[in-house]
Design a binder for this molecule. Structure first.
Ligand SMILES: [Zn+2]
Length: 106
């Protein structure tokens, strides 16, 4: 396979992954938002409020596991202000990782 190099369309909104700090088209990332004090995935990327973007892979999520990047992204001072389903999110990112590998081989 040779088509791994993609040109980035300047019209696409670009966001920075809070895990790896790389910039990607927004639709390739997963948006996280805080709803009622709880960290949620925003599948449609249309929920109100401050969002943070992450690559759909487990390694970028791992970089957030100590919480510092999430605190920074959401401008919080303490992680206990935020309810996070660490296990559920970790599982989701693991699955997203696998799904991405499959879709890239098409
Ligand atoms: Zn990333």
């Amino acid at each position: 396979m040779s088509a791994s190099k993609k040109s980035i369309n300047p019209a696409l909104p670009i966001r920075t992954c809070i895990g790896c700090r790389n910039r990607h088209p927004k639709h390739q990332l997963v948006r996280l938002v805080v709803v009622d004090g709880r960290l949620c995935r925003d599948e449609r990327q249309n929920l109100p409020g401050r969002g943070a973007y992450l690559c759909r892979n487990a390694s970028c999520w791992q970089k957030c596991r100590n919480g510092g990047r999430l605190l920074h992204a959401f401008r919080l001072s303490a992680l206990n202000a935020l309810e996070i389903d660490w296990q559920g999110l970790a599982e989701w990112f693991e699955k997203a990782d696998n799904a991405r590998d499959e879709s890239e081989s098409k």
